[in-house]
Structures are given as structure tokens and as C-alpha cells.
Write a protein that binds this ligand. Sequence first.
Ligand code: SF4
Length: 458
Amino acid sequence: MIDILKSRQAQVIRNGADTQDAEIACGKVSVAGSVSQRACVFCGSRVVLYPISDALHLVHGPIGCAAYTWDIRGALSSGPQLHRNSFSTDLQEMDVIYGGEKKLEGALTELIAHYHPKAAFVYSTCIVGLIGDDVSAICKRVQEKTGIPVLPVHSEGFKGTKKDGYRAACEAVYQLIGTGDTSSIAPHSVNILGEFNLAGETWILRDYYKRMGIDVVACITGDSRIDDIRRAHGAKLNLVQCSGSMTHLAKMMERDYGIPFKRVSYFGIEDMASALYDAAKFFPDDPSILSRAQELVRKEISALYPQLQKYRAKLAGKKAAIYVGGAFKAFSLVRALRLVGMTTAVVGSQTGDSDDYHRLQEICDPDTIIVDDSNPLELAKFCLEKDVDLFIGGVKERPIAFKLGIGFCDHNHERKEPLAGFVGMLNFAREVYASVASPVWQFAPRRAQAEANVIEPF
Ligand code: SF4
């Protein structure tokens, strides 16, 4: 057992018969001084809107906020690359004293004239919240002057959790929806929400839906274009993957345009197949969509399954820790690890809610540690206690794993391999195997004393 700060104890449970109905504390502001793994409100907004590749993204604040989120995601684009710049108003001491509105208006006007974006997003950071610049008024004025949508993102870093940043991003992007022409949209059409095309996932999913006969109107925001977002209200169904970030947008679209939504996950064989079947069943007027989905799933799984068995034989019995942003991703990861023979010993998320954690309790093995809004010290201690062979997380978890001499799989912003879809499951198995089986871990001081834990290569 490890020591956990008293004020954090209600956010950690150990799964077991006696804790099945236990309520994990979640959705709270992080405990001061615990060095939460969470990012700030601004970062939450920035990562959601970042992949809109033909928009200008201007960070109104000190240069550090822009540097922190510069090129933070893979977010591949099949066209414009404007999103990969991180423009900043670079607020200095004098701007803090006299206000940064003039600087913001000047920067916006100059950037729009130079880059001709389809729209501009202006992010408010902590300091803007403190000095009280009227960002909305400046955006309105520049919009009238330039004729493109200039959208304020009210994401002052200190005003809540990363989840509030997701909400601010949804509010900003929602102003575009409903402003485009929907007359050419096919009757069987969907929007993909909460998929960010970090390493090409959006293209895999678009291909699946195309093979089924379903038109994808907009992916919000992977490989996204302003014109697609403007006509997203013409789709018949919203498929929400990253529920933490996009459920708010889906609910607004349901309220105002009557578009229902379904929560899906594109990670792992079972969840990927269910996502396709759910979309197909939504269009009962054309049963051929479901038969095409079944044929697609059969074909993809028969190609993938024999290869997965190879990795399963090598990875059987290994243990993993998972720490991700949204809990929905954690469900898929627990199931995907089982597919390659591994167990989950630690699982946590930055933004999970009570329902999410109940579901995790149901699907996890007894004695699995389940944790909300964790910090590096806790995660390191849990990994050591459970003696895990792999840590799955993002950029902030990577150093924890490597310092402990544990294999790591990036399932977040910086990965280069697509992990969605059937092909993504194979990439995942390959990456997990390469990391867990690396002979380098036998030299980690912690492991060097124990018997070398080396997996024989193929
Ligand atoms: S918005 Fe605030 S918390 Fe976020 S990066 Fe900038 S200064 Fe830091």
C-alpha cells in the first residue's frame, strides 16, 4: 500500500467485490500542490480546435502559452498546414499594465491579411482573464472588417479544468455550424465528432464509412475544414468518439437541429465493429449498409486475427498501467490489452465522470487500481507496486515510465502510428510488443537486480 495525500484518497479505489458499488470522487478541481497531470482550460480548447487546418489560431497571452501548445498534436492534414503555426500576441509587462486589446487587433488584422484563413480562433489565456481585455469585442470588430468569422475562445487557463476548455472549444466551433449549404448532402450521412486525426485515423474511418455507403459530412476536428463544419448540421447522425470533449457539441446539435448522437470508440476490434454496426443500424431504410458493414468487419478481422495471435503468445501475462484524458478511451484500452493477452493493473483518467468510473469498475479485474486526476508521484508508486511492464499514456506520462524502466505506448497527442480501426489494433499490438519486449529494460536499475525479464524475439 502507498501513501496518498489525504485530500486525494477518495479519488483512488481498488477494484474488488467489496468496492463494486463504491463511489469514486471525480469532476473536482485538482488538489493544490498535488501537481495534477491535467492540462489547463486553454490547453483543453487548443487541442480540440487545433486540427482545423485552414483556420488561423491566435493565442492571446504571453509567449509561453503558445509555446506550450505549439504543434502539440500530430493532427495530420490532407491540405492546408496553417494550423501547425502557433501565433501569439506575446503579451509583455507593459501590455499587462495598459491592456492588450490594441496589440490583439493589430496582430489579427495583419495575420488575416497575410494568410487569408477561412476563419480565425482567438484563445484567451490566464493573463487575459486577469487584465480583462474585451476579446469578444475585438473579434467582432475584426470580423466586420475582414469578412471572415473571427471567434473568441473563452479559455482563460485558471478558470476550471481541462474539461471546461473542451466546452469553450465546442461553444466557439458551434458558431460556425448552421452557416453552410447542406443541399448536396446524401441521405445516409454522419459527422465524426471527437476524432483528431493524430496519425491518419480520420482517413481510415472515412474509408470504412465510404465502403459502407455512408457519407461523412464533417470530422470535428480531425483533418477539418471550416466549410465542412459550416454544413455539419445537414448530417443525420453524430458519432461521438472522445465523449469528454465533444458531447457538449453533440447535445447542442441535438437541441437545435434534432440530430441524435451515439457514443462510439474506434479502438480495438470489438469497439470498432460495434461503431460501424451502430451507424449502419441507424439507417434501417437501406439494409445493404449493414450487410456491407458485416462484410467489411469479416474481411478486416480475418486479415488481422492471425497476426494478433503472434503478439498474444509473446505478451501473455504482462501487466499494464493506463492513464488517459477521457475515460471512454480507457474502456477500449482495457479490452484491447486483453486481446493481446495482457491485464490492466492501474487505470485512470483526467476527466472521467461517475458513470465512467462505474463502468471501469465493471470491466476491470479485481484489485485493479482505479484513479481520477492523478499526479506523477501517485502514478509512479502505483506502477512500482503493481510491477507493470507497460505504461500507456501521453506526453506527460512518458518520462514517468522511462525513469522507472517501464515500456511506454503513446496513446495521445504525439503518436505517429494510427491506432484506430482494425489496422490500428495491429499497430497497437506491434508497438506494445516492441516496447515491452525491448531488451533495454533489463538494464534499468530496478530490474537489473531481479532476474532479467527478457522476451525472446521472434
Ligand atoms: S493559459 Fe494559464 S495555465 Fe494555461 S499555459 Fe497559459 S499561463 Fe499556463
